[in-house]
Ligand binder design. Structure first.
Ligand code: SAH
Ligand code: F3S
Length: 484
């Protein structure tokens, strides 16, 4: 089935991740990451842990001592892709017999020991909260034992691990601020594979941002499954407080405060964040966005469906009307805000009328970007256990196409709004289509391509937008922005 996968960062999908090598490291690690940006960031944490164990990264599978694949379980297709990669590793292992293979991330967590039975090639299985244990697990493997650690933690945030940046453009980076998710949307496997939600100490977040700024990074994306529920209590985690009154007395840092702290401390650094959950989004965050020029005016605000019946069945904690009111308020505070959605079509019991509600909601918002999926039943979720995946394949396919087509129209409408304007873009890399052109993004997250001239990677430039497709702007640089 056709699906538009969420490839926000094309660097990460199924590509060996590498970084600068150290002379003293003698072993070779081949690491790949599938799925979300959080997985990519986790792979950077794993690389940091293994760097201390004497591993350098390699792009050549055949020469690896250790192959790690960080996996995604969000839809069936994501799991199928990983199974195919395991076959490829297997072929290589027939020649390079000493090579060890490990599975990390959500599939490891979901399938646990079963992985070792199902895929004979796998030597170690490590869940998202057990990466510190990889050195011990490798010793187990070396002594011929199976190595599995899928214990989920209530407080692991890897806050003290300084990630090794992999395949980095040296300009943009991700910093994780929360792990796990407590929301229990009925279709979603994440709460089961990534465990309870926990927030990272703001001090360690600011230190990591500082280290990125020192290395000349220009844009930081704060990551969490649900950033709006970020909550840190001075001296403790949410779960450490037994009474509400104790919590009220502790100094709390919420997401709006964290964002304000970051933007104030690093005024030349651009900040983005993802993902915002409509039910937890407070307008305080939008006011902080309005206050700081360096917080990008872009919100990823997944809605999943425009139908109240579907939202209820999905256990999303808001109605379509509440969502529309939120969008109205966002535009009142930040009129230039760009918005993106995640949408699931063909969820259990979805009628034609529900689908029409989704299209109508999209027409109301006119999202700049969208990530659209047809429902994929996941074992172990509430919908997987209790609801019937009853929308026929062909209907799902048709509805998905309608949603994608409408999104294309809206994307074009949004890109056209930039025509004739002079906007600031951060140069992030070379255009895929033309080696003589840079590509960069503006505050709204819209990509533009323009002639390289004498400008460099990491420069903030002012570009006159002259042309557009639904996905890309084209323009001419008129000079540096005052942010350099
Ligand atoms: N809060 C998370 C959501 C993670 S999942 C975040 O940081 O983005 C990303 C998207 O995948 C969801 O918003 C949803 O649209 C889609 N998705 C999740 N489970 C799905 C399923 N079972 N079938 C199809 N799409 C799914
Ligand atoms: Fe999944 Fe819903 Fe959390 S989509 S990640 S359970 S907010």
């Amino acid at each position: 089935m056709e699906q538009v996968e969420k490839i926000i960062d094309e660097r990460i999908q199924g590509k060996a991740l590498v970084t600068e090598n150290k002379k003293e490291n003698t072993k070779k690690l081949f690491i790949e990451s599938y799925g979300c940006q959080m997985n990519m960031n986790d792979s950077e944490i794993v690389a940091a842990i293994l760097d201390k164990e004497g591993y350098n990264t390699t792009q050549i599978l055949e020469e690896a001592d250790l192959v790690l694949v960080n996996t995604c379980s969000i839809r069936e297709k994501a799991e199928t892709t990983v199974r195919k990669r395991l076959q490829k590793y297997n072929a290589v292992k027939q020649v390079n017999k000493k090579m060890k293979v490990g599975v990390l991330g959500c599939m490891a967590e979901r399938l646990k020991e079963k992985f070792l039975e199902e895929e004979k090639i796998v030597d170690l299985v490590v869940g998202p909260d057990a990466y510190r244990d990889i050195p011990n697990l490798l010793q187990e493997v070396a002594s011929g034992r199976d190595a599995v650690n899928v214990i989920l933690s209530k407080d692991e945030t890897y806050g003290d691990v300084s990630p090794v940046r992999l395949n980095s453009n040296g300009v943009t980076a991700f910093v994780s601020i929360t792990r796990g998710c407590d929301n229990m949307c009925t279709f979603c496997v994440v709460p089961f594979t990534r465990g309870r939600e926990r927030s990272r100490d703001p001090k360690s977040i600011l230190e990591e941002v500082q280290s990125m700024v020192d290395k000349n990074y220009k844009e930081i994306t704060l990551l969490g499954q649900n950033v709006d529920s970020f909550l840190w209590f001075g001296g403790g985690l949410k779960k450490d407080f037994k009474k509400a009154s104790e919590m009220a007395q502790a100094t709390a840092v919420g997401f709006a405060e964290l964002l304000d702290m970051c933007a104030t401390k690093f005024p030349k650094t651009r900040f983005r964040f993802s993902t915002s959950n409509p039910q937890d989004m407070s307008l305080d965050v939008i006011h902080v966005m309005a206050k700081h020029k360096n917080i990008c005016k872009y919100l990823h605000l997944p809605v999943q469906s425009g139908s109240n019946a579907m939202l209820k069945a999905m256990n999303r904690q808001h109605t379509r009307e509440e969502y529309m009111e939120l969008v109205d308020n966002i535009f009142k505070i930040v009129p230039e805000m760009s918005l993106s959605q995640d949408m699931i079509v063909g969820f259990c019991g979805e009628t034609e009328e529900d689908h029409q509600d989704t299209l109508a909601l999209m027409k109301y918002v006119k999202y700049d970007f969208g990530f659209m999926f047809s429902y994929s039943e996941r074992p172990g979720t509430l919908a997987g256990n209790k609801m019937k995946d009853d929308v026929p394949f062909a209907v799902k396919k048709r509805r998905l196409q309608e949603v994608i087509d409408l999104q294309q129209e809206h994307a074009l409408f949004r890109t056209q709004q930039h025509l004739g304007k002079i906007e600031e873009f951060l140069i992030e890399g070379t255009s895929k289509k033309n080696p003589n052109e840079w590509k960069g993004r503006n505050t709204q997250n819209t990509v533009a391509v323009f002639d390289k001239g004498n400008y460099k990677l990491g420069d903030f430039v002012m570009v006159k937008v002259e042309d557009c497709t639904s996905a890309t702007l084209k323009g001419t640089v008129v000079g540096y922005s005052d942010n350099n």
